[in-house]
Design a protein around this ligand. Structure first.
Ligand SMILES: [Zn+2]
Length: 387
């Protein structure tokens, strides 16, 4: 039995919008699953195989990036970069979700080829976690000619995601809707490229097409890069039950508009975060933390709620067993503290003022995966691994 005990926690962020902060200075996980948290004196901390003294810093669920484009291992051909996933871990992200492995050079677009690549991608990330990070990949981009049986076969082979609708040849709402419904029938989640073309060769997807297609996630509702006009973003927030995915690679003003509209509609539970990394606009290892700070600062949201957008909201929308402090959930955490010499009285106050927090440690499945981040500003205090 592997037992993780984290004691000396300053505060616990739960990932739950309805109760973003939990009482307690200690958390226990057994065999990679959360079993208890609260006051150390009330918990069974005997027999720890991994013991961390948090030294008063904040414990949050590991962050989730709802929108990445991985290719293979920890390499991306998009900017010829190695170790972008390791850098992302140093930004507090412990789970990545593929929106399509579209940066693969020579990506097959024939149906048997695209299915083969999706299945292979799902496998190679299931079999290999770069720096311990969980990568949900194998997200085929739909192309004309696919039939129901293709989605049945993909699902049976372990594919659980579609890549962004619109990045392939299917550009009309009617065909896209049919394929998304087939995907859903077999338990495959869908997303769509929302907004203007991202690079030469990609196309516009407007609100009408997003609504007609009916994907589970409105991929980059704030554009990736170019956002739809304001009235279309508001219309999407009003009409859709899908997740509103806000990405770092999009338009930041449109991000705040989407957030404000979601709040007015009582739909903050639908707001989730992604980066669209590693895009050609720059690999974005701190993108999720930057979105949390930006949305908290400009979107009038307490920082503890903004953290939910990048943790529990995404977990709930994506039906993942991470992102929440909950019994039975994965023991995936980021330990954070206020950045040295940043404004504000506390870590959360500092984030509310637009500052990044310092990542001090990450833990995945109850195993310490990184210490002081090499990418964030330095945390004021540092947890210590005692065992
Ligand atoms: Zn896109």
């Amino acid at each position: 039995m592997k037992k993780l005990v984290i004691r000396g926690i300053g505060q616990i962020l739960t990932g739950k919008l309805e109760q973003p902060l939990a009482d307690g200075d200690c958390l226990v996980a057994i065999d990679g699953r959360i079993t208890a948290w609260g006051a150390e004196k009330d918990l069974d901390c005997e027999g720890a195989t991994t013991l961390v003294d948090a030294k008063g810093v904040t414990l949050a669920p590991g962050l989730i990036d709802s929108h990445v484009h991985p290719v293979v291992g920890d390499y991306t051909p998009r900017q010829q970069q190695l170790h972008w996933i390791d850098s992302t871990l140093h930004g507090g992200v412990t789970t990545l979700i593929s929106a399509g492995e579209v940066h693969m050079p020579g990506r097959p677009k024939d149906i048997v080829g695209l299915k083969a690549m999706a299945i292979a991608s799902q496998r190679w990330y299931e079999n290999f976690r770069p720096s311990g990070v969980k990568v949900h990949a194998g997200a085929p981009v739909i192309e004309h000619g696919m039939v129901e049986q293709d989605f049945q076969e993909l699902a049976a082979a372990g594919v659980k995601l579609l890549g962004e609708v619109g990045l392939g040849t299917v550009k009309d709402g009617k065909t896209a809707r049919q394929m998304v419904e087939w995907a859903r029938k077999y338990g495959i989640q869908s997303t769509i490229h929302t907004g203007g073309p991202s690079i030469p060769g990609s196309g516009l997807i407007d609100a009408d097409m997003v609504i007609e297609t009916g994907t589970d996630v409105i991929g980059h509702i704030n554009g990736g890069h170019s956002a739809l006009p304001d009235d279309q973003i508001i219309c999407l927030c009003e009409s859709c039950k899908a997740a509103f995915e806000i990405v770092h690679n999009g338009n930041e003003r449109a991000a705040v508009l989407a957030l404000n509209t979601a709040r007015e509609l009582g739909k903050l539970d639908q707001v989730i975060l992604g980066t669209d990394g590693p895009a050609g606009s720059g690999v974005q290892p701190l993108g999720i933390l930057r979105m949390i700070a930006m949305l908290s600062a400009f979107g009038n949201v307490p920082a503890e709620l903004a953290f939910c957008f990048g943790t529990g909201n995404t977990a709930r929308q994506r039906k993942l067993d991470v992102g929440l402090i909950e019994v039975g959930y994965s023991a995936d955490f980021v330990l954070l503290d206020q950045a040295q010499h940043s404004g504000g009285k506390t870590m959360l106050d500092s984030v509310r003022l637009g500052n990044l927090p310092g990542v001090a440690m990450t833990i995945i499945d109850g195993v310490v995966t990184s210490g002081r981040s090499r990418n964030t500003p330095p945390a004021q205090r540092l947890p210590e691994q005692i065992l």
